[in-house]
Write a protein of this length. Structure first.
Length: 375
Protein backbone atom coordinates (compact mmCIF):
# COMPACT_ATOMS: atom_id res chain seq x y z
CA UNK A 1 0.00 0.00 0.00
CA UNK A 2 2.92 2.34 0.74
CA UNK A 3 4.52 1.82 -2.69
CA UNK A 4 1.11 1.85 -4.41
CA UNK A 5 0.53 5.29 -2.94
CA UNK A 6 4.01 6.48 -3.93
CA UNK A 7 3.45 5.46 -7.55
CA UNK A 8 0.07 7.23 -7.60
CA UNK A 9 1.26 10.53 -6.09
CA UNK A 10 4.47 10.73 -8.15
CA UNK A 11 2.56 12.20 -11.10
CA UNK A 12 0.71 14.97 -9.20
CA UNK A 13 3.80 16.18 -7.34
CA UNK A 14 5.80 16.28 -10.61
CA UNK A 15 2.94 17.57 -12.75
CA UNK A 16 4.09 21.19 -13.10
CA UNK A 17 7.57 20.11 -14.25
CA UNK A 18 6.15 17.42 -16.55
CA UNK A 19 3.63 19.86 -18.04
CA UNK A 20 6.33 22.46 -18.68
CA UNK A 21 8.60 19.91 -20.35
CA UNK A 22 5.89 18.28 -22.47
CA UNK A 23 3.89 21.48 -23.12
CA UNK A 24 0.65 20.42 -21.40
CA UNK A 25 -2.29 22.59 -20.30
CA UNK A 26 -4.29 21.82 -17.13
CA UNK A 27 -6.86 19.71 -19.01
CA UNK A 28 -4.17 17.56 -20.61
CA UNK A 29 -2.34 17.26 -17.29
CA UNK A 30 -5.51 16.16 -15.50
CA UNK A 31 -6.31 13.72 -18.29
CA UNK A 32 -3.12 11.72 -17.59
CA UNK A 33 -4.56 10.61 -14.28
CA UNK A 34 -7.96 10.11 -15.90
CA UNK A 35 -6.59 7.78 -18.59
CA UNK A 36 -4.99 5.49 -16.00
CA UNK A 37 -8.06 5.52 -13.77
CA UNK A 38 -10.42 4.79 -16.66
CA UNK A 39 -8.38 1.70 -17.47
CA UNK A 40 -8.36 0.68 -13.80
CA UNK A 41 -12.16 0.53 -13.95
CA UNK A 42 -11.97 -2.08 -16.71
CA UNK A 43 -9.17 -3.97 -14.94
CA UNK A 44 -11.17 -4.12 -11.72
CA UNK A 45 -14.08 -5.82 -13.48
CA UNK A 46 -11.86 -8.60 -14.80
CA UNK A 47 -9.59 -9.05 -11.79
CA UNK A 48 -12.09 -11.18 -9.85
CA UNK A 49 -11.97 -13.88 -12.53
CA UNK A 50 -8.18 -13.77 -12.81
CA UNK A 51 -7.69 -13.82 -9.03
CA UNK A 52 -10.07 -16.79 -8.67
CA UNK A 53 -8.09 -18.66 -11.32
CA UNK A 54 -4.51 -17.86 -10.26
CA UNK A 55 -4.84 -16.62 -6.68
CA UNK A 56 -4.77 -13.08 -5.26
CA UNK A 57 -1.10 -13.08 -4.23
CA UNK A 58 0.20 -14.19 -7.63
CA UNK A 59 -1.91 -11.62 -9.48
CA UNK A 60 -0.90 -8.87 -7.05
CA UNK A 61 2.80 -9.59 -7.61
CA UNK A 62 2.21 -9.50 -11.35
CA UNK A 63 0.63 -6.09 -10.88
CA UNK A 64 3.79 -4.85 -9.19
CA UNK A 65 5.92 -5.97 -12.15
CA UNK A 66 3.58 -4.25 -14.64
CA UNK A 67 3.59 -1.07 -12.53
CA UNK A 68 7.40 -1.02 -12.44
CA UNK A 69 7.50 -1.43 -16.23
CA UNK A 70 5.02 1.43 -16.67
CA UNK A 71 7.03 3.80 -14.47
CA UNK A 72 10.18 2.91 -16.38
CA UNK A 73 8.54 3.52 -19.76
CA UNK A 74 7.07 6.84 -18.54
CA UNK A 75 10.59 8.22 -18.22
CA UNK A 76 10.91 7.86 -22.02
CA UNK A 77 7.82 9.96 -22.89
CA UNK A 78 8.35 13.08 -25.00
CA UNK A 79 4.75 14.14 -25.74
CA UNK A 80 1.25 14.09 -24.23
CA UNK A 81 0.23 11.23 -26.54
CA UNK A 82 3.19 9.07 -25.51
CA UNK A 83 2.68 9.87 -21.82
CA UNK A 84 -1.04 9.04 -22.03
CA UNK A 85 -0.31 5.74 -23.78
CA UNK A 86 2.29 4.75 -21.21
CA UNK A 87 -0.12 5.64 -18.39
CA UNK A 88 -2.07 2.56 -19.52
CA UNK A 89 0.72 0.35 -18.16
CA UNK A 90 0.70 2.24 -14.87
CA UNK A 91 -3.10 2.04 -14.76
CA UNK A 92 -3.04 -1.73 -15.30
CA UNK A 93 -0.56 -2.27 -12.48
CA UNK A 94 -2.38 0.07 -10.11
CA UNK A 95 -5.71 -1.53 -11.02
CA UNK A 96 -4.50 -4.96 -9.91
CA UNK A 97 -3.19 -3.54 -6.63
CA UNK A 98 -6.38 -1.57 -6.01
CA UNK A 99 -8.50 -4.66 -6.65
CA UNK A 100 -6.67 -7.07 -4.37
CA UNK A 101 -4.97 -5.30 -1.44
CA UNK A 102 -8.21 -4.54 0.39
CA UNK A 103 -9.85 -7.99 -0.14
CA UNK A 104 -6.70 -9.72 1.14
CA UNK A 105 -7.11 -7.97 4.49
CA UNK A 106 -10.78 -8.93 4.55
CA UNK A 107 -9.76 -12.57 3.91
CA UNK A 108 -7.20 -12.50 6.71
CA UNK A 109 -9.54 -10.77 9.21
CA UNK A 110 -13.13 -11.69 8.27
CA UNK A 111 -14.53 -10.51 11.61
CA UNK A 112 -12.75 -7.15 11.51
CA UNK A 113 -14.78 -4.15 12.71
CA UNK A 114 -12.96 -1.78 10.38
CA UNK A 115 -9.81 -1.47 12.48
CA UNK A 116 -7.50 -3.58 10.30
CA UNK A 117 -8.84 -2.01 7.11
CA UNK A 118 -8.16 1.52 8.34
CA UNK A 119 -4.74 0.40 9.55
CA UNK A 120 -3.87 -0.99 6.11
CA UNK A 121 -5.06 2.17 4.39
CA UNK A 122 -3.02 4.30 6.80
CA UNK A 123 0.03 3.20 4.80
CA UNK A 124 -1.42 5.03 1.76
CA UNK A 125 -1.07 8.57 3.20
CA UNK A 126 2.26 7.64 4.80
CA UNK A 127 3.53 6.65 1.36
CA UNK A 128 2.12 9.88 -0.04
CA UNK A 129 3.72 11.99 2.67
CA UNK A 130 7.18 10.50 2.26
CA UNK A 131 7.04 10.61 -1.54
CA UNK A 132 5.90 14.21 -1.89
CA UNK A 133 8.49 15.47 0.58
CA UNK A 134 11.33 13.60 -1.11
CA UNK A 135 10.16 14.38 -4.66
CA UNK A 136 9.38 18.00 -3.79
CA UNK A 137 12.84 18.54 -2.34
CA UNK A 138 14.68 16.82 -5.19
CA UNK A 139 12.64 18.62 -7.86
CA UNK A 140 13.44 21.92 -6.15
CA UNK A 141 17.11 20.96 -6.45
CA UNK A 142 16.53 20.52 -10.21
CA UNK A 143 16.72 16.73 -10.20
CA UNK A 144 14.89 15.49 -13.30
CA UNK A 145 11.47 13.95 -12.72
CA UNK A 146 12.57 11.18 -15.10
CA UNK A 147 15.28 10.09 -12.67
CA UNK A 148 12.78 10.07 -9.82
CA UNK A 149 10.35 7.87 -11.74
CA UNK A 150 13.20 5.50 -12.57
CA UNK A 151 14.11 5.19 -8.88
CA UNK A 152 10.46 4.57 -8.02
CA UNK A 153 10.28 1.77 -10.60
CA UNK A 154 13.23 0.10 -8.89
CA UNK A 155 11.49 0.43 -5.50
CA UNK A 156 8.34 -1.22 -6.86
CA UNK A 157 10.40 -4.17 -8.12
CA UNK A 158 12.03 -4.48 -4.71
CA UNK A 159 8.62 -4.74 -3.03
CA UNK A 160 7.66 -7.45 -5.53
CA UNK A 161 10.72 -9.51 -4.62
CA UNK A 162 10.09 -9.06 -0.87
CA UNK A 163 6.36 -9.88 -1.03
CA UNK A 164 5.46 -13.32 0.44
CA UNK A 165 4.61 -16.00 -2.11
CA UNK A 166 1.18 -17.58 -2.42
CA UNK A 167 2.64 -20.82 -1.03
CA UNK A 168 3.17 -19.14 2.35
CA UNK A 169 -0.23 -17.45 2.66
CA UNK A 170 -3.44 -19.47 2.37
CA UNK A 171 -6.43 -17.35 1.38
CA UNK A 172 -10.03 -18.47 0.77
CA UNK A 173 -11.05 -18.76 -2.86
CA UNK A 174 -13.41 -16.13 -4.21
CA UNK A 175 -16.76 -16.96 -5.70
CA UNK A 176 -16.15 -15.46 -9.14
CA UNK A 177 -19.19 -16.43 -11.17
CA UNK A 178 -21.70 -14.34 -13.09
CA UNK A 179 -24.67 -15.54 -11.04
CA UNK A 180 -23.15 -14.21 -7.82
CA UNK A 181 -22.20 -10.93 -9.49
CA UNK A 182 -25.79 -10.52 -10.64
CA UNK A 183 -26.95 -11.13 -7.07
CA UNK A 184 -24.65 -8.36 -5.80
CA UNK A 185 -25.85 -5.95 -8.48
CA UNK A 186 -29.45 -6.70 -7.45
CA UNK A 187 -28.89 -5.34 -3.93
CA UNK A 188 -30.04 -1.67 -3.84
CA UNK A 189 -27.78 -0.91 -0.89
CA UNK A 190 -24.76 -1.87 -2.99
CA UNK A 191 -25.52 0.97 -5.42
CA UNK A 192 -26.11 3.41 -2.59
CA UNK A 193 -22.75 2.69 -0.96
CA UNK A 194 -21.04 2.42 -4.32
CA UNK A 195 -21.96 5.97 -5.27
CA UNK A 196 -21.02 7.12 -1.76
CA UNK A 197 -17.54 5.71 -2.37
CA UNK A 198 -17.48 7.38 -5.80
CA UNK A 199 -18.00 10.81 -4.26
CA UNK A 200 -15.61 10.09 -1.38
CA UNK A 201 -12.88 9.21 -3.88
CA UNK A 202 -13.51 12.39 -5.86
CA UNK A 203 -13.29 14.60 -2.78
CA UNK A 204 -10.01 12.97 -1.77
CA UNK A 205 -8.63 13.38 -5.30
CA UNK A 206 -9.35 17.11 -5.35
CA UNK A 207 -6.70 17.74 -2.70
CA UNK A 208 -4.39 14.76 -3.25
CA UNK A 209 -3.97 15.40 -7.00
CA UNK A 210 -4.19 19.17 -7.41
CA UNK A 211 -2.88 20.68 -4.15
CA UNK A 212 0.80 20.62 -5.17
CA UNK A 213 0.08 22.22 -8.56
CA UNK A 214 -2.23 24.82 -6.98
CA UNK A 215 0.46 25.86 -4.51
CA UNK A 216 3.15 26.12 -7.18
CA UNK A 217 0.96 28.06 -9.63
CA UNK A 218 -0.99 30.33 -7.26
CA UNK A 219 1.79 31.10 -4.78
CA UNK A 220 4.66 31.08 -7.32
CA UNK A 221 6.35 28.50 -5.13
CA UNK A 222 8.96 25.80 -5.70
CA UNK A 223 8.00 22.11 -5.92
CA UNK A 224 9.21 21.84 -2.32
CA UNK A 225 6.31 24.01 -1.16
CA UNK A 226 3.83 21.95 -3.17
CA UNK A 227 5.26 18.79 -1.65
CA UNK A 228 4.86 20.18 1.86
CA UNK A 229 1.22 21.02 1.14
CA UNK A 230 0.41 17.53 -0.13
CA UNK A 231 2.38 16.08 2.78
CA UNK A 232 0.19 18.03 5.22
CA UNK A 233 -2.88 16.50 3.60
CA UNK A 234 -1.32 13.04 3.69
CA UNK A 235 -0.21 13.43 7.31
CA UNK A 236 -3.77 14.35 8.28
CA UNK A 237 -4.99 11.23 6.47
CA UNK A 238 -2.43 9.01 8.18
CA UNK A 239 -3.39 10.31 11.63
CA UNK A 240 -7.07 10.02 10.74
CA UNK A 241 -6.80 6.42 9.60
CA UNK A 242 -4.73 5.35 12.58
CA UNK A 243 -7.28 7.01 14.86
CA UNK A 244 -10.16 5.47 12.89
CA UNK A 245 -8.70 1.99 13.40
CA UNK A 246 -9.41 2.55 17.11
CA UNK A 247 -12.57 4.63 16.89
CA UNK A 248 -14.34 2.21 14.53
CA UNK A 249 -14.72 -0.37 17.27
CA UNK A 250 -15.87 2.19 19.82
CA UNK A 251 -18.45 4.17 17.84
CA UNK A 252 -19.23 1.92 14.88
CA UNK A 253 -18.44 2.47 11.21
CA UNK A 254 -21.76 4.13 10.39
CA UNK A 255 -21.35 6.95 12.93
CA UNK A 256 -17.67 7.32 12.03
CA UNK A 257 -18.52 7.74 8.35
CA UNK A 258 -21.29 10.27 8.92
CA UNK A 259 -19.23 12.32 11.36
CA UNK A 260 -16.21 12.39 9.04
CA UNK A 261 -18.34 13.26 6.02
CA UNK A 262 -20.03 16.21 7.74
CA UNK A 263 -16.69 17.47 9.09
CA UNK A 264 -15.17 17.22 5.62
CA UNK A 265 -18.07 19.05 4.00
CA UNK A 266 -17.94 21.92 6.50
CA UNK A 267 -14.14 22.17 6.30
CA UNK A 268 -13.96 22.10 2.49
CA UNK A 269 -16.01 25.30 2.25
CA UNK A 270 -13.23 27.16 4.12
CA UNK A 271 -10.82 26.66 1.21
CA UNK A 272 -12.03 29.67 -0.79
CA UNK A 273 -11.27 32.15 1.99
CA UNK A 274 -7.61 31.07 2.42
CA UNK A 275 -5.02 33.60 1.27
CA UNK A 276 -1.75 32.56 2.95
CA UNK A 277 0.40 29.47 2.51
CA UNK A 278 0.71 28.56 6.23
CA UNK A 279 -3.09 28.72 6.59
CA UNK A 280 -3.45 26.51 3.51
CA UNK A 281 -1.07 23.97 5.03
CA UNK A 282 -3.18 23.82 8.21
CA UNK A 283 -6.35 23.52 6.12
CA UNK A 284 -4.94 20.62 4.09
CA UNK A 285 -4.02 18.76 7.28
CA UNK A 286 -7.59 19.23 8.54
CA UNK A 287 -9.05 18.01 5.23
CA UNK A 288 -6.82 14.95 5.30
CA UNK A 289 -8.03 14.19 8.81
CA UNK A 290 -11.67 14.62 7.76
CA UNK A 291 -11.65 12.40 4.66
CA UNK A 292 -9.19 9.83 6.03
CA UNK A 293 -11.59 7.07 6.97
CA UNK A 294 -14.07 7.42 4.10
CA UNK A 295 -12.67 5.05 1.45
CA UNK A 296 -11.57 2.13 3.71
CA UNK A 297 -14.53 2.46 6.07
CA UNK A 298 -17.14 2.45 3.29
CA UNK A 299 -15.49 -0.73 1.97
CA UNK A 300 -15.42 -2.38 5.39
CA UNK A 301 -18.92 -1.19 6.33
CA UNK A 302 -20.31 -2.54 3.07
CA UNK A 303 -18.88 -5.98 3.80
CA UNK A 304 -20.63 -5.92 7.19
CA UNK A 305 -24.10 -4.92 5.95
CA UNK A 306 -24.24 -6.67 2.55
CA UNK A 307 -23.95 -10.43 2.99
CA UNK A 308 -22.12 -11.44 -0.18
CA UNK A 309 -18.62 -12.58 -1.16
CA UNK A 310 -16.42 -9.74 0.20
CA UNK A 311 -13.75 -9.97 -2.51
CA UNK A 312 -16.19 -9.45 -5.37
CA UNK A 313 -18.06 -6.81 -3.37
CA UNK A 314 -14.93 -4.75 -2.67
CA UNK A 315 -13.75 -5.00 -6.27
CA UNK A 316 -17.16 -3.80 -7.45
CA UNK A 317 -17.08 -0.95 -4.93
CA UNK A 318 -13.66 0.10 -6.20
CA UNK A 319 -15.27 0.29 -9.65
CA UNK A 320 -17.16 3.26 -8.20
CA UNK A 321 -14.27 4.79 -6.27
CA UNK A 322 -11.79 4.87 -9.15
CA UNK A 323 -14.11 6.76 -11.58
CA UNK A 324 -14.99 9.15 -8.76
CA UNK A 325 -11.31 9.84 -8.15
CA UNK A 326 -10.47 10.23 -11.85
CA UNK A 327 -13.54 12.29 -12.73
CA UNK A 328 -12.56 14.87 -10.11
CA UNK A 329 -9.02 15.21 -11.49
CA UNK A 330 -10.25 15.67 -15.07
CA UNK A 331 -13.18 18.00 -14.27
CA UNK A 332 -10.95 20.17 -12.09
CA UNK A 333 -8.38 20.42 -14.88
CA UNK A 334 -11.08 21.58 -17.31
CA UNK A 335 -12.53 24.03 -14.79
CA UNK A 336 -9.01 25.25 -14.01
CA UNK A 337 -8.37 26.09 -17.67
CA UNK A 338 -11.73 27.88 -17.93
CA UNK A 339 -12.09 29.66 -14.57
CA UNK A 340 -8.85 29.22 -12.65
CA UNK A 341 -7.59 26.34 -10.54
CA UNK A 342 -8.83 27.81 -7.26
CA UNK A 343 -12.47 27.82 -8.38
CA UNK A 344 -12.18 24.23 -9.58
CA UNK A 345 -11.91 23.10 -5.93
CA UNK A 346 -15.70 23.55 -5.68
CA UNK A 347 -15.74 19.89 -6.71
CA UNK A 348 -14.70 18.89 -3.16
CA UNK A 349 -17.74 20.24 -1.23
CA UNK A 350 -20.08 19.17 -4.05
CA UNK A 351 -18.85 15.58 -3.93
CA UNK A 352 -18.79 15.47 -0.13
CA UNK A 353 -22.32 16.88 0.06
CA UNK A 354 -23.66 14.16 -2.24
CA UNK A 355 -21.80 11.51 -0.25
CA UNK A 356 -23.29 12.70 3.05
CA UNK A 357 -26.80 12.58 1.57
CA UNK A 358 -26.27 8.96 0.48
CA UNK A 359 -24.88 7.96 3.89
CA UNK A 360 -27.87 9.57 5.62
CA UNK A 361 -30.20 7.53 3.41
CA UNK A 362 -28.22 4.39 4.27
CA UNK A 363 -28.49 5.15 8.00
CA UNK A 364 -32.27 4.74 7.74
CA UNK A 365 -32.00 1.23 6.27
CA UNK A 366 -31.98 -2.00 8.34
CA UNK A 367 -28.67 -3.07 9.90
CA UNK A 368 -28.08 -5.60 7.10
CA UNK A 369 -29.43 -5.88 3.59
CA UNK A 370 -32.86 -7.50 3.42
CA UNK A 371 -31.83 -9.54 0.40
CA UNK A 372 -30.01 -12.59 1.73
CA UNK A 373 -27.57 -13.82 -0.84
CA UNK A 374 -25.92 -17.24 -0.73
CA UNK A 375 -22.13 -17.11 -0.45
Amino acid sequence: MFIFSASSIALPISLVRISAELGLNLTQAGSLGFVASLEQFVVLLGTSFVAARFGKIRVLRTGLIILAAGLLLFTLSRSWLAAAAIMLFIGLGNGLLEALLTPIVEDLYPADNGSKMNLLHAFWPVGTCVTVLVFGELLSLDVSWRHLFLALAAAVLLVNFLFPSSRKIQLPRSRADFSHMKEILAVPRFWLLGFALCFAGGAEAAFAFWSASYIQLNFAALPRAGGIGTACFAAGMAIGRLASSRLAGRFGLQKLLLGSGILGLASSLMFFSIRSLPTLYAFLALMGLAVACLWPSIQSYSARVIKVDPTILMIFLSCFGIPGYSSATLIMGMLGDAYGLQRSFIIAPLYLGMMVVLLLIDSRLPRTSRLKVAV
